[in-house]
Design a protein around this ligand. Structure first.
Ligand code: ZN
Length: 203
C-alpha cells in the first residue's frame, strides 16, 4: 500500500505559505510506516519544533489502474475519508531551501492519520463535500472539495500517469488554509459534514 499526497491544491493555503501556484499538481509519497496506528496518540518527533496539522480529504483506491482517464476515474474508488498530513514545517522549509526532497518532513513515523471512510454513494456530489478540523473543540480548518484546484477525478488521472494505482492505495488530496503548530495535549478531531472520522491526541 502506498500513500500519494497532493501539495498546493487549495488557493487559500498556497497564499498562506507564500508558495507559487503550480502549473501541475505537486505530488509526494509517504511510506506505509507513516500511518498512525488506530487509537494511538501522535508523538511530536524530537527533530521538529513546528509540526503542523494539514487536514485532507482521502480517497481509497479499489482497483488497479494506470493512465486512468478522468472520465473513468470515479470507477476507481468507492470510499471517501479524512486524515491529517502531519508536516514538520521547520524541517520542510530547511529542505526546500536547499532544494532537497521533503520526505523526512512528511514521511516520518505517525505522519499520516487515516480516519474512517464513508461510502461515496452517501454523497450527491463528490465535488461538494464540507469538511473541517477542530483543535481542542475550536474549528481551525474548514473547507469544501469545490475549492480544490484539481478535482478528485483529475488528480487520479494525473497521478496514474506516473504511479500505477493499486487496491488499498490512499490519496491525500491537499489541505486548505488554517494549518498551524500542534502542542502536547492538543486534541485534533476531523469531520466530514457532521460525521466525526478521527480524533487524535498529541503527546
Ligand atoms: Zn498536505
Amino acid at each position: 500500500m502506498k500513500i500519494i499526497c497532493v501539495g498546493r491544491n487549495y488557493t487559500d493555503h498556497i497564499k498562506e505559505l507564500e508558495n507559487e501556484k503550480p502549473v501541475d499538481p505537486v505530488l509526494f509519497l509517504k511510506p506505509d510506516t507513516s500511518v498512525l496506528l488506530k487509537k494511538q496518540p501522535f508523538f511530536i518527533p524530537e527533530f521538529s519544533n513546528d509540526v503542523h496539522h494539514e487536514v485532507e480529504i482521502l480517497i481509497r483506491i479499489n482497483r488497479i489502474g494506470k493512465h486512468i482517464d478522468k472520465r473513468f476515474a470515479h470507477k476507481y474508488y468507492e470510499e471517501v475519508g479524512l486524515g491529517i498530513d502531519f508536516t514538520a514545517r521547520d524541517l520542510q522549509s530547511e529542505l526546500k531551501e536547499k532544494g532537497l526532497p521533503w520526505e523526512k518532513a512528511k514521511g516520518f513515523d505517525g505522519a499520516a492519520v487515516i480516519g474512517k471512510f464513508l461510502p461515496k454513494k452517501d454523497f450527491d456530489n463528490i465535488n461538494d463535500i464540507n469538511f473541517r478540523l477542530e483543535k481542542n473543540n475550536e474549528v481551525v480548518q474548514r473547507s469544501n472539495t469545490a475549492f480544490m484546484l484539481w478535482k478528485i477525478d483529475e488528480l487520479i488521472e494525473y497521478i496514474s500517469k506516473y504511479f500505477t494505482l493499486k487496491i488499498g492505495d490512499i490519496i491525500f488530496t491537499g489541505t486548505p488554509a488554517g494549518v498551524s503548530s500542534v502542542k502536547m495535549n492538543d486534541t485534533l478531531t476531523g469531520y466530514i459534514e457532521n460525521k466525526e472520522l478521527f480524533s487524535v491526541k498529541i503527546k
